[in-house]
Write a protein that binds this ligand. Structure first.
Ligand code: GDP
Ligand code: IMO
Ligand code: MG
Length: 432
């Protein structure tokens, strides 16, 4: 794969511009052949990034997809919330698949830790919300970030490496959680001691990877190493700028500096990862959703079932209103258009170019989810293409109508499409 057209990108951030699952993992895996460091800086095991190399499939939740590249150091920075049980399972599974995970994985001592009571709270709260639930992944992400913001109930990786620190914090936090869960949900109390034993053991197993990643990254930056930042989740799930409250609990479109300790100017380019259509998992407004045979056909052709929870993803047409907004929020400089092959065989395709809300036309993405739920998309309709494009190796080999679809995206979003993906494998990638 000739990546030379992308050499000028410099330190690069990879961010999903929709509701997640755009194919970030595939692009990170591909690009990191030429990067020295790949850094995860937000989210937790709610993320699921699948990567296909030859006939093997790898699933990543906490570890950067770059771990498959022996010359690249993978970093889990301070902004990530780590479930150490899930992380160790992930390490075991990857090592079992023949992946080397030694000093090429570095984990921030300041990352906050997901405990069983976070996952319990996530589930209890969602059940309690009934029809208004967020539709979370149940991985304890929201409660863990809430404790981080709360400070007095936060427990960091460095704390589980030190029995005295863990013993000072854990019983107090568990007793506080028990009181709250009993009062709110009439839940059975949980015991801190088995958690203490399990987490100190996890800490011991993770100790060799733990470091001050902020220092590591600043040293790398000074030495002129090439850095790639792997975003998890996506801009429309950003806690501040997404479709609140149907979002995740980190700043997945904007929080790179917070999550790494590096200044924003450390990033030279941002590649916005865009699926050629739209999908969403969980609740919340989705203006271009096709809850009909068109959406079903996209789901089946694109195998749109969650990597993390296996839930069927909601599917719909591409939304250029949302993309203009998310590209602006994230500072995207170029688009990587994914899963284009899934759209083959559709007679026609639609792209939302504006919304009608209460009889007013707008081309700006509404900031209020209730208003967004009222939005009726105004579509541009384009002809589809019957051809299978999975064996195409360059942009100029694409069918005329596929090129016209890409040109329409460039026009409506106002950014170049530099990468197009026509299959899950590394070689099924077109670059210009
Ligand atoms: P991420 O969370 O953004 O990394 O995306 P996911 O891994 O959750 O979902 C993307 C899925 O699409 C994965 O199963 C990828 O292997 C697959 N994929 C990525 N690019 C392409 C593509 O161009 N075509 C097809 N058919 N599948 C792709
Ligand atoms: P990747 O990195 C798709 C969604 C959940 C839910 C909402 C809140 O694979 O693109 P949470 O468990 O984070 O509190 O759930 O956010 N969500 C994702 N959807 N891909 C993801 O990650 C997601 N991460 C969170 O489905 O609607
Ligand atoms: Mg995913």
């Amino acid at each position: 794969m000739d990546l030379s057209p992308l050499r000028s990108l410099g330190n690069t951030s990879v961010i999903g511009l929709q509701w997640g699952d755009e194919g970030k993992g595939k692009i990170v895996d591909l690009l990191t052949e030429h990067f020295d460091f790949a850094i995860r800086w937000n989210g937790g095991s709610n993320a699921g990034h699948s990567v296909k190399v030859a006939d093997k499939k790898y699933a990543f939740h906490l570890i950067p997809s770059a771990i498959l590249r022996p010359t690249c150091t993978s970093v889990i920075a301070n902004g990530v919330v780590i479930d150490p049980i899930k992380l160790l399972e992930e390490i075991d599974a990857l090592v079992g698949q023949g992946v080397r995970i030694e000093d090429n994985l570095r984990i921030s001592c300041n990352a906050n830790i997901v405990f069983p009571y976070h996952k319990l709270q996530d589930t209890l709260s969602e059940t309690h919300m009934g029809g208004s639930k967020i539709g979370t992944t149940g991985r304890g992400i929201g409660p863990c970030y809430a404790d981080k913001a709360n400070r007095s109930t936060a427990i960091r990786l460095i704390d589980i490496l030190d029995d005295a620190r863990l013993k000072e914090k854990l019983p107090r936090v568990v007793s506080e959680k028990n009181a709250i869960f009993k009062a709110l949900y009439n839940a059975e109390p949980i015991d801190w001691q088995p958690i203490f034993e399990q987490y100190r053991s996890c800490g011991e197993q993770l100790r060799p990877y733990v470091t001050d990643t902020t220092r590591l990254l600043h040293t790398a930056l000074k030495a002129g190493k090439r850095l790639l930042f792997e975003g998890a989740n996506a801009v429309l799930l950003d806690l501040d700028h997404g479709t609140f409250p149907f979002v995740t609990s980190s700043n997945c479109g904007t929080g790179l500096s917070v999550g790494t300790g590096l200044p924003g100017k450390a990033v030279n380019s941002t590649i916005g990862i865009v699926k050629a259509y739209s999908t969403r998992v969980g609740s919340g407004p989705f203006p271009t959703e096709q809850n009909n045979p068109i959406g079903d056909r996209i789901r089946e052709r694109g195998h749109e079932y969650g990597t993390t929870t296996g839930r069927p993803r909601r599917c719909g047409y591409l939304d250029a209103v949302a993309l203009r907004y998310t590209a602006a929020i994230s500072g995207t400089t170029a688009i990587s258009l994914m899963l284009l092959d899934v759209l083959s065989t559709f007679d026609e395709l639609k792209i939302a170019t504006a919304y009608k809300i209460h009889d007013q036309t707008t081309d700006w993405f509404p900031s209020d989810a209730l208003e967004l739920a009222q939005a009726e998309p105004i579509y541009e309709t384009l002809p589809g293409w019957p051809d299978d494009i999975t064996a195409v190796t360059s942009f100029d080999q694409l069918p005329k109508n596929a090129l016209a679809y890409i040109a329409a995206i460039e026009k409506h979003v106002g950014l170049p499409v530099r990468i197009a993906s026509v299959g899950a494998a590394r070689h099924q990638t077109l670059i210009r």
